[in-house]
Structures are given as C-alpha cells and as structure tokens.
Design a protein around this ligand. Structure first.
Ligand code: SF4
Ligand code: SF4
Length: 92
C-alpha cells in the first residue's frame, strides 16, 4: 500500500504539513511550483517510502489515502514527480 495525495484536500503548506514531519524516511517533501494555485505541492518519493501509513493517519487535511498500486504505477508516479507533474496523478 502506498500513500496517495488527494490534491483537492491538500493545503500544500510546507511549514504546517504534518505528513512531512511524521515521515521518518524523509519521503515527503514540499516542492514550489508556480503552476499550482497554492504555489507548491506535496510530493511523495515512493522509493524511500516504507509504507508505514503514518502520513495518512496524521495528515492535517485527511488528504492521504493508502492505496494498492501496481509497480508500474509507482514507477510512473515517481518519474513524473521528478519532472514536476505528479499532481495530475493525484486521486480525485
Ligand atoms: S498534512 Fe496532508 S493536507 Fe496538510 S499539507 Fe501535508 S499532505 Fe497536505
Ligand atoms: S507511508 Fe510512512 S514512509 Fe511512506 S511516505 Fe508515509 S510516513 Fe513516509
């Protein structure tokens, strides 16, 4: 199970993001993006994620769901994240 961000619920606030703070693997980061309405977005690095689920439990906006993803989906999400387009794959 991998954490997937529901962008509609995420406030994308770097300094208050509880998910970033609780991730012991450092797998969650804030990325500035001027194309985003809020000026940035939260990105999850699945290569570092150990699937503990803590970010989903502690997310301040209940914006993270743990979902089963096929390996190729994880790969695409990771690659798109590196290229700044992860948001289009966030759940609706
Ligand atoms: S805690 Fe959740 S809703 Fe809040 S900024 Fe982080 S990912 Fe978004
Ligand atoms: S599931 Fe655990 S390791 Fe993965 S991003 Fe969330 S808090 Fe970090």
């Amino acid at each position: 199970m991998k954490p997937v961000i529901n962008k509609r619920r995420c406030s994308a606030e770097k300094d208050v993001c509880t998910a970033i703070k609780v991730c012991s693997e450092g797998a969650i980061q804030y990325v500035e993006d001027e194309d985003e309405p809020l000026g940035g977005r939260i990105v999850i690095d699945y290569a570092s994620c150990d699937e503990c689920g803590l970010c989903a439990t502690e997310c301040c906006g209940q914006a993270i769901d743990m979902k089963s993803l096929e390996q190729h989906q994880c790969f695409h999400l990771a690659m798109l994240g590196l290229h700044g387009a992860t948001t289009q794959f966030h759940s609706r």
